[in-house]
Design a protein around this ligand. Structure first.
Ligand SMILES: *[C@@H]1O[C@H](CO)[C@@H](O)[C@H](O)[C@H]1NC(C)=O
Ligand SMILES: *[C@@H]1O[C@H](CO)[C@@H](O)[C@H](O)[C@H]1NC(C)=O
Ligand SMILES: *[C@@H]1O[C@H](CO)[C@@H](O)[C@H](O)[C@H]1NC(C)=O
Ligand SMILES: *[C@@H]1O[C@H](CO)[C@@H](O)[C@H](O)[C@H]1NC(C)=O
Ligand SMILES: *[C@@H]1O[C@H](CO)[C@@H](O)[C@H](O)[C@H]1NC(C)=O
Ligand SMILES: *[C@@H]1O[C@H](CO)[C@@H](O)[C@H](O)[C@H]1NC(C)=O
Length: 488
């Protein structure tokens, strides 16, 4: 346990020399610190109070209710599932189960009616990944009359694998937004496709069904061929527009894009019993990721952490997912362990070091490399993403004591191959409608370009009410020019 020794000696030096609130020198201290961080994160959530909506963080932004889009609630649910898995603390399991089940929507596929207007494939995908995680960690099953974790993940995957969703524009890939009237509908992006890749890889490994793996391969190949994965340096770019056959690549780089691809590749590697191709992809992507998004082994959101331009609220939560995913990669692709463990340790140390904010004296901010607390208010948020990141960083240090993601042999979750799919006849009609909508949508896009400025205001409102991970949301909303998404 090389890394444990590193934590021990390093943290002892740290606590001796500096006045930090949190200690992470021993397993018990890591567990205790995680507990307090989990408690503090929960103070941002009011979904289990009467009159509030379970599953979501206060928001969406334009409603005036809070800073957070719908998807981030799903991402937080996943963070607590990992928290339980890593620490054994069951305190939040009921709250999480309630939230996870409340947002499933009428068809049990994480497309709830309230979110229809602004639903992104990536948003739906994040909820799906949390359901998948629940299956992989043997999180307690929902009551029998409710949808089950594995079936929910399959439902999300099934809806996204459909030809109406994974369409032929740009030769494949997923669009960002689900609705043709949303600006992001013409935008095919890395995260929507990356999450679909990840979910497919995980479903393949869990169920042993190769269909999921074939789609995952296809998703990877598409990202590679279209150049969202830079064929030279393996940077992962944000996306491009169907009007340009996805060649107008927005070179914005955010951490969760390469991280989700490393995570999915690790599942493919494990599913294929160690295929060299996936090993190469993991190694090369990991190397590129560590070079871009770590400074002295400490994770940082390189394209926006210097605030030029500032990180969006969404982006402020990405570090947490990256660290949790990397931790799992050490379990299912063990050859990465010696590379990954040191960055997990150093990142967690830096994370807790800056948690000195008032009024509690232990509030956490977003900026870890500087070693000083910066109030989340500076970035116009209340700090749920920031708190999630630190909880993820610290609890992930317990990865060696936690079980690896299980497969169906050991799993306890009930799946449903047809979850999320309409029946055969309805399916045909649905497909016809989508095809029609596609044409209408294309006409609509043209119309909007022609109408231009007169519609900008309407456009912005439409976009701002939408729930998305929004890597380019603001830039896109601000202009009719498709290439304006380029924020880098
Ligand atoms: C909501 O959940 C938190 C965390 O488990 C708990 O402390 C709080 O009492 C719950 N509130 C209600 C109204 O159930
Ligand atoms: C949808 O919105 C309504 C009105 O705010 C709310 O009462 C309901 O709980 C919401 N449902 C979901 C699944 O978010
Ligand atoms: C594998 O999954 C696909 C996609 O859901 C499904 O169509 C197929 O029937 C499954 N195969 C088996 C053997 O379960
Ligand atoms: C559009 O892009 C896809 C994927 O890169 C490519 O296979 C196809 O040939 C392109 N089509 C045209 C007309 O350039
Ligand atoms: C696959 O994952 C398991 C943990 O579930 C691990 O023991 C095994 O070594 C992994 N397989 C390969 C080829 O690395
Ligand atoms: C926070 O909001 C203020 C006022 O709207 C704005 O001037 C500032 O640029 C915002 N800061 C960030 C980091 O977005």
């Amino acid at each position: 346990m090389l890394w444990t020794a590193t934590v021990l000696s390093g943290a002892a030096q740290l606590t001796a020399a500096e006045d930090v609130y949190y200690k992470i020198g021993t397993t018990d201290e890591i567990r205790e610190t995680s507990r307090t961080l989990a408690y503090d994160l929960m103070t941002h959530y009011n979904g289990n109070q009467s009159g509030q909506i379970p599953g979501i963080l206060p928001g969406p932004p334009l409603s005036g209710r809070g800073d957070y889009y719908w998807w981030e609630g799903g991402a937080m649910m996943g963070t607590y599932i990992d928290y339980w898995h890593l620490t054994g603390d069951t305190s939040y399991n009921d709250v999480i189960t309630q939230g996870m089940l409340f947002q499933v929507g009428d068809k049990d596929d994480y497309q709830p009616r309230n979110q229809t207007i602004g639903l992104g494939n990536d948003d739906q995908g994040f909820w799906g990944m949390s359901a998948m995680l629940a299956a992989e960690t043997r999180f307690p099953n929902p009551p029998k009359d409710k949808p089950q974790w594995l079936a929910l993940a399959q439902a999300v995957w099934n809806t996204q694998a459909e030809p109406g969703r994974w369409d032929e524009f740009c030769g494949g890939g997923l669009r960002w937004q689900r609705q043709f009237f949303n600006n992001g509908w013409s935008y095919k992006n890395a995260i929507a496709t990356g999450v679909f890749f990840d979910l497919g890889a995980r479903l393949a490994r869990y169920t042993g069904n190769d269909t999921y793996a074939q789609h995952a391969e296809q998703a990877w190949d598409w990202l590679w061929n279209v150049g969202y994965i830079d064929n030279k340096n393996w940077h992962v770019y944000d996306g491009g527009h169907v009007e340009h056959n996805c060649t107008d690549i927005n070179r914005l780089k955010v951490s969760y894009n390469p991280a989700v691809l490393i995570h999915g590749s690790a599942f493919m590697y494990n599913y294929t019993s160690g295929d060299e191709k996936w090993k190469y992809r993991i190694n090369t992507m990991l190397d590129s990721f560590l070079k871009q998004f770590f400074k002295n082994n400490i994770i940082f959101e390189s394209d926006c952490e210097t605030r030029q331009p500032p990180c969006t609220t969404d982006m402020l939560s990405f570090k947490g997912y990256c660290l949790r995913w990397l931790a799992v990669v050490t379990q299912i692709a063990p050859f990465t362990r010696d590379t990954i463990m040191p960055v997990l340790v150093d990142s967690a140390r830096a994370a807790v070091k800056q948690c000195t904010g008032e009024p509690s004296g232990r509030r956490c901010g977003f900026y870890w490399t500087g070693g000083k607390f910066v109030d989340p208010k500076t970035d116009n948020t209340t700090g749920a993403g920031e708190a999630m990141d630190v909880l993820a960083a610290v609890s992930s240090l317990l990865i060696d004591e936690a079980g690896a993601p299980v497969t169906a042999d050991e799993g306890i979750s009930q799946g449903d191959l047809n979850a999320g799919l309409p029946d055969a006849e309805a399916n045909k009609i649905h497909f016809r409608m989508i095809t029609a909508a596609d044409k209408f949508g294309a006409a609509m896009v043209t119309f909007l370009y022609v109408m231009g400025p007169a519609l900008v205001f309407f456009w912005i409102c439409m976009d701002e009410t939408s729930d998305t991970t929004g890597t380019v949301k603001k830039e896109e909303a601000a202009s009719q020019e498709p290439s304006s998404g380029d924020a880098s």
